[in-house]
Design a protein around this ligand. Sequence first.
Ligand SMILES: [Zn+2]
Length: 53
Amino acid sequence: MKKKEEEKIACHVCRKLIPKATALHAEGQEYVLHFCNIECLDHWKKQQKREEA
Ligand SMILES: [Zn+2]
């Protein structure tokens, strides 16, 4: 039996494999990105701002 919680995805920033159920995500216009923790999410957010500026 396969549980959904056991599905693993790679963090968008550090590429660490994490259970999908515990991943943080950010939604873009046409995509969803996954992050292992708040630090990676912040890192990505800062990068986005830098690119916009
Ligand atoms: Zn990460």
